[in-house]
Ligand binder design. Structure first.
Ligand code: SF4
Ligand code: SF4
Length: 472
């Protein structure tokens, strides 16, 4: 316990389930106060914090956010300044630059939870409760929504400003920017693939594909490409039949729901490991894989679950690191011509969250040769950051414009990304600012670039416009 009195706003929940009991920092396990006290206020992180760099405002820098939480805990600031905490992208760039590796994103989230108190935001809480208790109903409602979107009425309502009148501005943005939603989810397609069934033979498998919510409910082609790649390069595997990783609940809703999601996934992993040996859990959204690699932090006060969560976390791999670059060769000229000039955007939770930078670059350089070009400020957040583009649209847009300007500066045609939030955000920006380019998920690009030439030349529907959109 610190020498200071902990502010009652934090104190009320410090013992409760609504917070992280402790943080697993690079310097060891720490209380929130001790973790935030590791910030020496040197300011070394300021130049990598997008919100600070775009505004020059100390309260919305990493150092400012850490000081705010610390002062609130010491009773020197009354009530957390919501702007300071709410505008954080949780990108983790500051922690990577920081000598002490202060976990600012986790500290900010603890500050937000304290500010919200025992009643976290209603919509994320309802969504995660529904996904936990009635996943079938959740899926049914999504499909109803997909059908309703096909009528064009929600888009019309958005254009007429109905969402804003009802105080649901983020829904309007989602309606206008989200791609059309599938009526068959990825999990349904994969469950029907006999090659992905654990079957009854109990033979070891190299991998278990974890379908994050983005690929499962929205970008099903991403998950299909990932599975095709895993089969091609890593041999036999299974579908994990997972629940949501819990990141939505962790970032925006009730942390207890995040723990419930994590427990379900851990139990599934243990059952698979029992039958199939030390299988790796491969997911294709860097935000989700980064979060699953930190599952242990959710259970530091639960001796039974903590080692189980740590074992699960150790088995998680991001798809962008799972496929070995050494397995790549130069891609056929047909697919390279389609892709044009290729660049790579480091999704925050891939580079800052998991330290993955080398593997995707090496793979793309081997595949594309001189057609690969580095993106300036490639590890700057794109402003997508989960739901950030909906909750902080102005700041998100400023950050996005910087990203699209960088893409235009290298005249890229194809931007490979590792997270579905980046896919949505960068494509929305490119459509407006630089429409000749397009963002694609890394696994979709690599799947196409590594497809056998004979298959590429076959006139199948699957070969059409995987990488480039059809000419308008
Ligand atoms: S978070 Fe780290 S780099 Fe930033 S001011 Fe604190 S100690 Fe310095
Ligand atoms: S997580 Fe990102 S936005 Fe938040 S303080 Fe750190 S660098 Fe800035």
């Amino acid at each position: 316990m610190s020498k200071y009195e902990v502010n009652e706003m934090y104190d009320a929940h410090a013992e409760g389930e609504l917070h992280l009991p402790s943080l697993l920092t690079h310097l060891g396990e720490r209380s929130l106060y001790d973790a935030v006290s590791q910030c020496s206020r040197c300011g070394y992180c300021e130049t990598v914090c997008p919100t600070y760099m775009l505004t020059g405002r100390e309260p919305i820098s990493a150092r400012g956010r850490n000081q705010l939480v610390r002062m609130t805990m010491e009773g020197k600031a009354r009530g957390a300044a919501s702007e300071s905490l709410d505008t954080c992208l949780l990108c983790g760039a500051c922690s990577e630059a920081c000598f002490a590796k202060v976990p600012t994103a986790d500290i900010v989230l603890e500050g937000r939870r304290a500010a919200l108190g025992p009643a976290p935001r209603l919509i994320p809480v309802l969504l995660s409760r529904l996904m936990l208790d009635r996943p079938g109903l959740f899926g049914f409602l999504l499909k109803l929504g997909a059908l309703a979107r096909r009528t064009g009425l929600p888009r019309l309502a958005g254009k007429l400003g109905f969402f804003r009148m009802l105080g649901l501005g983020p829904l309007e943005k989602a309606e206008l920017e989200a791609p059309s939603m599938p009526l068959t989810f990825l999990s349904e397609k994969l469950a029907a693939d006999p090659e992905l069934s654990a079957g009854t033979d109990d033979e070891p498998r190299a991998w278990a594909y974890f379908a994050p919510c983005g690929p499962n409910y929205l970008f099903t082609g991403v998950g299909e490409a990932t599975v095709a790649l895993l089969k091609r390069f890593l041999g036999r595997g299974v579908f994990f039949h997972n629940s949501c990783c819990g990141l939505l609940a962790y970032n925006y809703g009730d942390i207890r729901h995040a723990r419930d999601f994590a427990r379900r996934n851990i139990e599934k992993y243990e059952a698979l490991r029992e039958r199939l040996g030390g299988v790796k859990i491969v997911g294709d959204c860097s935000s989700c894989t980064a979060f699953m690699k930190t599952y242990e932090q959710l259970f530091t006060a639960e001796p039974e679950w903590r080692p189980r969560a740590a074992a699960f976390a150790a088995a998680v791999r991001d798809a962008i690191e799972a496929i070995p670059p050494s397995a790549m060769t130069h891609a056929p000229k047909e697919t390279l011509a389609e892709a044009g000039r290729i660049t790579y955007h480091d999704s925050c939770r891939a580079c800052h969250g998991q330290g993955i930078r080398t593997e995707p670059r090496e793979a793309l350089k081997t595949l594309a040769g001189k057609r690969f070009t580095e993106l300036p400020e490639s590890d700057w957040c794109c402003g997508g950051a989960g739901a950030y583009s909906f909750t902080q649209p102005e700041m998100s847009d400023k950050i996005l414009r910087r990203k699209t300007a960088n893409i235009a500066s290298v005249r890229a045609d194809t931007v490979a990304v590792g997270a579905t939030s980046c896919l949505l955000q960068i494509n929305a920006g490119l459509k407006r600012d630089y429409p000749s380019a397009r963002a694609v998920h890394y696994t979709q690009l690599v799947e196409k670039l590594t497809r056998p030439v004979a298959e590429l030349r076959a006139p199948t529907a699957g070969n059409a416009a995987l990488i480039r959109p059809p000419a308008k």
